[in-house]
Design a protein. Sequence first.
Lengths: 278, 133
Amino acid sequence: MTILLFTLILLAGAFLAGLLGSLTGLGGGVVIIPLLTLGFHVDIRYAIGTALIASIATSSGSASAYVKEGITNIRLGMFLEIATTTGAVVGALIAVFIPTNVVAIIFGCVLIFSALMSFRKKSEAISDDDVSKLARDLKLNGTYPSGGEMISYKVRHVPGGYFMMTFAGVMSGLLGIGSGALKVLAMDNIMRIPFKVSTTTSNFMIGVTAAASAVVYLQRGYVSPGLCMPVVLGVLLGAFGGSRLLVRVNTKWLRIVFGVVITFLALQMIYNGINGKL
Amino acid sequence: MKRLFSKHFWADKDVQQLIGKQLRVGVITSSIIVFLGGMVYLYRHGHEAPDYGTFAGVRQGLDNLPGILQGIMEGKGMNVIQLGIVLLIATPIIRIALSVFAFLLEKDYLYVVITLIVLGVITFSMVGGLERL
């Protein structure tokens, strides 16, 4: 295979990843690592560097739209970014000491978790009770537009959410993914933030979190231009196409199919990790 | 109606517009640079065989900014791509820097400090990486 053909196949694969990632809300980055390692036998360290750059691209691209609509809670995002960036730097620093097959196994587990999270029923348990003094002092409570009116919400369990975000940051720095599923878990289940706000705010934070560890990976030689070029362009085009399709497609079945595919890829990553093939 | 006339409401709105625009401009500009570099790279190396099976790190000059710029002068496509990648990484970091000024304008000093802490963590990660080289 020549570099030209390799680039074109990767471009098509990344386009599909970006399209499905944006349609299902799982993000394009999660399939980039299995695509590169299992599909093209790329070393997992190059794959991590590439996925990290791809997640910065998709996060910043889609965040620009949500921020303008006023759904994203910028103060909440900024405050929690202290946790995610600290975690990401720690994750990137410890990555050197962890054998690559262990990284593959951890990656598989996070992937299965992300797939399960996408099937979860979205029950909103938000309330307007102002119970957290910390949330009040940090001005984390907010409003968001929904159907023409502004809905207000109050944030809870700030320390618990902060701790979970630090963990999400470590995973992001270690595995090169946005770990959006962990971020949404922290905001939805612990801090009781409305789903619409938590997904957009999580997406807003992914870019900064990934950038914090990307500067480490770039200097370590993990970020290869030959891989990043087709993957970044493909994922961006796919995500853009996905956002255009989103209004017309029934995502229920797509979500199930994509979830099954991801679980299968995750099991293969774990299997190869245990056998020391990655 | 009262809210529409308060200074705070508009300030918040303006900041959101500015951040949204900056993120989009950053992503589009870096994609164009990556694409142009990709064309040069494929023209020069398209017929060779890819080799990513064993990890050796990227070649000399692709892991730091002076090296990247040096290679661009020599007409290397890979270095042009890498410049686009660096710009992409910088996009959310510039967003943080913009937010410092935005919070300053709003006189929200608590968030000026919070934003500076985030910026500090990223700077630490950059400098910490440099020392290992």
